[in-house]
Design a protein around this ligand. Structure first.
Ligand SMILES: Cc1ncc(COP(=O)(O)O)c(C=O)c1O
Length: 421
């Protein structure tokens, strides 16, 4: 045992050795501290997560799984992966967990590889209605390699058209049904999807990359009791490191593990696996349940504030951490709104709305989310003000400086990375 613990990250050393890159890190910290981060898929990982990420575990090759590696010297990193697996299983009450996927897209690739052959039929949510690229887009492997049938939301309610899901499933007899989305503000009826999957003899995959943190905190119902396979990302509402993971039934455990390695990935990123273990540990604490609930309360407050200012929330509001705003009545495109908000110190993304007449590069909407601002300690009162500031930035580009000042005042109280959340 060495007498000097070597933690790894030493910013002073980086500044000395590579000032150019060190400056990028400082500038990024300034950027997040200098503006409101409303991107629904982002969060601020805790300092403990960042410490694990910046550790020497990045050096270790560990192809395989704990106790069954293709490299020597894995006995220590095995402990990190076992902790991550055990915590994920406990946190989500899952029979099996694979914590190696490098990202949400890699998790989906592995899950499809475990369940499908090229040319098989899968049913998933259409990208323009809130689905993800990996749910069958033509520009993604999923759309190229599988025969994809897509469902969407109803024009009148902007909620998933469950009748259409059932009709399409009965007509096309998919081998896999995917539920889950990237810009759907409402709860998904997993029990309905389970029923349809059983009716047509399909596997059910829930891609809960977005709301997994809310499920971890018990703030919304979990997909785990219903789906054969659950894929997710660890860096969104869950507040962990950038990465992915898969939960599944014992029946599918071997297939999923073999699909992740050696089918789609090589050596796992052991520093990221360790950081996932830290994040799962944090998510088991009672404070995290409180956090997850506050994320939703804040999203509702933000959606209500925006609606009150004449911005229409798709589907009338939100049950989750995000809201989708239709800007057509405001007469500003999503792309232009994104730019105007950026000028006012507010970072958010343009987003297609269901039945959007504009292409994805322009869009008629914006997506806003509350994981970051909630991590910073903001509450519904602040989110009301944020809604007003977003509206002002979008409607009155000439007032950007004024909005920026109000943003700075909010951030002076709720600054990221000032405390150990
Ligand atoms: C529903 C869904 N699935 C998969 C992904 C992909 O995750 P990643 O960007 O980590 O590959 C995302 C990312 O936004 C997502 O929203």
């Amino acid at each position: 045992m060495g007498t000097q613990p070597y933690y790894g990250p030493d910013f002073g050393l980086l500044q000395k050795q590579d000032p150019e890159l060190a400056q990028v890190l400082l500038d990024e910290l300034d950027r997040v501290r200098g503006g409101l981060q409303l991107i629904a898929s982002e969060n601020f990982a805790s300092p403990a997560v960042l410490a694990a990420l910046g550790s020497t575990l990045t050096n270790k090759y560990a192809e395989g799984y704990p106790g069954r590696r293709y490299y020597g010297g894995c006995e220590v990193v095995d402990r990190a992966e076992r902790l991550a697996i055990d915590r994920a299983k406990k946190l989500f009450n899952a029979e099996h967990a694979n914590v190696q996927p490098h990202s949400g897209a890699s998790a989906n690739l592995a899950a499809y590889a475990a369940l499908l052959q090229p040319g098989d039929t899968m049913l998933a949510m259409a990208l323009p209605h809130g689905g993800h690229l990996t749910h069958g887009s033509k520009v993604n492997f999923s759309g190229r390699w599988f025969d994809v049938v897509s469902y969407g939301v109803r024009r009148d309610t902007e909620l998933i058209d469950y009748d259409e899901v059932r009709d399409l499933a009965l007509r096309h007899q998919p081998k896999l049904i995917v539920c889950g989305a990237t810009s759907y503000p409402r709860l998904i009826d997993f029990s309905f999807f389970r029923g349809i999957a059983d009716e047509v003899g399909a596997w059910l995959l829930a891609d809960v990359a977005h709301p997994i943190g809310l499920m971890a905190g018990g703030a919304i119902p979990s997909a785990v009791p219903y789906a054969d396979v659950v894929t997710f990302t660890t860096h969104k509402a869950l507040r962990g490191p950038r990465g992915g993971a898969i939960l599944c039934t014992e029946e599918l455990a071997k297939k999923i593990d073999r699909a992740v390695f050696p089918f789609v990935q090589g050596g796992p990123l052991m520093h990221a696996v360790a950081a996932k273990a830290v994040a799962f540990g944090e998510a088991m604490r009672p404070e995290f349940a409180d956090y997850a609930n506050r994320v939703i309360v804040n999203a509702r407050a933000l959606a209500e504030a925006l609606t009150g200012e004449g911005m229409r929330a798709v589907s009338g509001g939100t049950d989750t951490h995000l809201a989708l705003i239709d800007l057509r009545d405001v007469g500003v495109s999503g792309a232009e709104a994104e730019l105007r908000c950026a000028a006012a110190g507010i970072t958010l993304n343009r987003n297609v709305i269901p039945y959007d007449p504009e292409p994805a590069s322009i869009t008629s909407g914006i997506r806003v989310g509350t994981p970051c601002v909630t991590t910073q300690g903001m509450g519904p009162q602040e989110l009301k003000e944020v809604g007003m500031l977003v509206t002002r930035a979008v409607r009155h580009p000439g007032k950007a400086a004024e909005v920026r000042e109000r943003v700075a005042a909010l951030l002076a109280i709720h600054r990221p990375y000032l405390s150990e959340y």
